[in-house]
Design a protein around this ligand. Structure first.
Ligand SMILES: C[S@@+](CC[C@H](N)C(=O)[O-])C[C@H]1O[C@@H](n2cnc3c(N)ncnc32)[C@H](O)[C@@H]1O
Length: 203
């Protein structure tokens, strides 16, 4: 069994790609995000996994960078979205300079951050955005934080998740110096847990 989140995502990279490659439930949020940015904006796909959304973001801008903790995921990004810059990076130790990006697309990755570390991560994301830069966040709705065992991506895994109410995560964003522009509860089409969507702007 993999010992940590990095090993877990390396282990399930292929199954993850196979199970999410045709998902389109979040495309309308991706569209709202890119439409809030200027043409050819510099966008970071944070915790982008195998690059399914990286590829979609490339339709709107040629200036896309994808980072992920898992080298196996980054191999997929290089295959399916070769026009993006893709690299392994831990979002607890971001290596970008302040004011680098116009937008950060953070879909289904901040849900792995324990609440006690969340504010620091959001502040570091705020720091690498340019003034008025935007962040899209999609996280899982719910309460508390815990390890969840499932086989949603073909292999059985144990992953740590934190769950938030709509108001709770909004407060983290505000404390990290973001203004919320748009937020919605998202009904998961496959009947899994509901999601929360936020589009927020650096103050
Ligand atoms: C549920 S997947 C979502 C992937 C993609 N964003 C999507 O929506 O299909 C979570 C991703 O976040 C990445 N991740 C988790 N913790 C990370 C960290 N500390 N730094 C960078 N990436 C991380 C994982 O490796 C994984 O690829």
């Amino acid at each position: 069994m993999p010992k940590n989140l990095k090993q877990t995502y390396d282990y399930i990279a292929e199954g993850f790609y196979v199970t999410v490659k045709d998902h389109n439930w979040s495309d309308k949020y991706l569209k709202r995000f890119v439409e809030s940015l200027s043409k050819n904006a510099k966008i970071l796909d944070l915790g982008g996994g195998p690059g399914v959304d990286t590829k979609k973001l490339l339709k709107y801008s040629t200036n896309i960078t994808a980072v992920d903790l898992s080298p196996e995921m980054i191999k997929f990004v290089k295959k399916i979205a070769p026009k993006a810059k893709a690299m392994t990076m831990d979002f607890y130790k971001l290596k970008f300079k302040p004011n680098t990006f116009d937008g950060i697309f953070a879909k289904a990755c901040l849900l792995h951050v324990p609440k006690k570390r969340l504010l620091r991560v959001l502040k570091s994301l705020n720091n690498i955005l340019r003034t008025n830069g935007k962040i899209l966040v999609l996280i899982k709705a719910g309460r508390g934080e815990r390890v969840v065992t499932d086989n949603h991506h073909l292999l059985k895994t144990d992953r740590f998740f934190s769950f938030h109410s709509q108001k709770e995560f909004a407060q983290y964003l505000e404390k990290a110096n973001f203004t919320i522009l748009d937020t919605e509860k998202v009904k998961n089409p496959k009947g899994h847990r509901n999601w929360l969507y936020y589009l927020a702007q650096k103050k």
